[in-house]
Write a protein that binds this ligand. Structure first.
Ligand SMILES: Cc1cc2nc3c(=O)[nH]c(=O)nc-3n(C[C@H](O)[C@H](O)[C@H](O)COP(=O)(O)OP(=O)(O)OC[C@H]3O[C@@H](n4cnc5c(N)ncnc54)[C@H](O)[C@@H]3O)c2cc1C
Length: 350
């Protein structure tokens, strides 16, 4: 049974961009009509010294309301019971199983018994907060803001390009971003201080630079108190309560991505439960084994996050150092992924 507190289809703050291997992880090719009208096939990177790089790079461009609904449909076709508008309020252990308290909107509470609980409740996971409150800070750590613009044309921008602006003045968590989502341009960034001012400055910068004219029709803020920068913040669970996706701590602020890890881990977790049941081995033991490489990468990347740089000069030097390695690693990773089984895929960019 899958329970989702929101009424579906639901949107969520996210850039909603993924790479070619996403289909392989999902195990199904996404139908074209579930993607945005404009494909993304070029990556633009701008460094603090305004040096520009452009590469051909195929990405998937979609919105969560449409794509996630399709995933829910697949789950239902495969036999899952999917219930939206239902909040999981509490989980208690009882005689080797779990009793979940579910609260459907405008209806009475229900108690459901389960052998396994998979906590997939995102970066604000209330389940994780209950059992590991120290993994969360008091104040938001990584707030982000997106402005959605209705524009007159595209100015000098290419609607098939993902624009990244690496500059600590705009974003001290990762790159600031701009891309087109169907008919709207999205300009966004994240910063630990004065976020709105930074986003306004970024907007002015891109409007001046690319001659983009238009008005903001939607603002989308997001803040999390999850300590993603803490060492070893990935937590896979205890007993038969298993964590996946952002709730496990798998969103990678260095790569700026989390959906691939969330889906990969879902596949590995399903394998761990099936194999564990067959061999009488605790699924958590197998799950931890399958996840070793991915966790290593997430931990390594959380050490490389931008908060460690004091100024743009240091950031530029670090970008220059990693640029060739990252480029070649991504190129070869992409090629090798074509031959790898879905559960062995290397997360990109390298
Ligand atoms: C600004 C921003 C930009 C991003 N851009 C990208 C990107 O371009 N590409 C990428 O790969 N990743 C991106 N990410 C990360 C990506 O959004 C996440 O890593 C990914 O969506 C995690 O999926 P998830 O299923 O673990 O969690 P979520 O997608 O957050 O899903 C959790 C679900 O649980 C539900 N829920 C929560 N509590 C309960 C409860 N008690 N009971 C029932 N349901 C509950 C929520 O309503 C939600 O639908 C971005 C994130 C942010 C913040």
């Amino acid at each position: 049974m899958i329970v989702e507190v929101a009424n579906t289809p639901r949107e969520k703050p996210c850039s909603r961009i993924q790479f070619g291997y996403f289909d392989k992880i999902l195990g199904k090719k996404k139908p074209q009509d579930r993607l945005c009208q404009n494909e993304l096939n070029t990556l633009y990177m701008e460094f603090p010294n305004e040096k520009l790089y452009k590469f051909p790079f195929k990405m998937f461009n979609f919105t969560h309301d449409v794509l996630d609904n399709w995933l829910n449909e697949i789950a239902i076709e495969s036999g899952a019971e999917f219930r939206d508008g239902v909040r999981c309020n509490d989980i208690k252990e009882s005689n080797g199983s779990y009793i979940l308290t579910l609260k459907p909107k405008h209806q009475d509470i229900e108690l459901v018994s389960a052998k396994y609980v998979i906590a997939a409740d995102g970066l604000s996971s209330s389940i994780r907060k209950k059992i590991r409150p120290d993994d969360f800070a008091r104040k938001p750590l990584a707030p982000t803001m997106n402005y959605y613009l209705k524009t007159e044309g595209d100015g000098d921008l290419d609607p098939h390009t993902l624009y990244q602006f690496w500059n600590l003045e705009f974003n001290n968590l990762m790159f600031a971003w701009m891309y087109k989502k169907n008919e709207l341009w999205v300009v966004g960034t994240g910063h630990t201080d004065n976020l709105i001012e930074r986003c306004d400055n970024l907007l002015k910068y891109v409007q001046d630079k690319f001659g983009l004219q238009g008005e903001i029709v939607k603002r989308e803020g997001y803040a999390s108190i999850f300590k993603l920068d803490a060492p070893n913040h990935v937590f896979l669970g205890c007993d038969n309560m298993l964590f996946i996706g952002d709730a496990a701590g798998l969103v990678d602020i260095y790569r700026g991505l989390g959906m691939d890890a969330a889906d990969l881990i879902g596949r590995l977790l399903a394998n761990a439960i099936i194999k564990g049941e067959e061999n009488n081995t605790p699924p958590l033991t197998l799950y931890k084994k399958y996840m070793r490489k991915t966790i290593k990468k997430i931990n390594k990347n959380s050490e490389k996050q931008l908060l460690i740089y004091n100024n743009n000069k240091e950031l530029t030097q670090a970008l220059k150092r990693s640029f060739i390695n990252m480029g070649l690693g991504t190129l070869f990773g992409n090629l090798l992924n074509k031959f790898k089984s879905p559960s062995k895929l290397k997360l990109l960019p390298a």
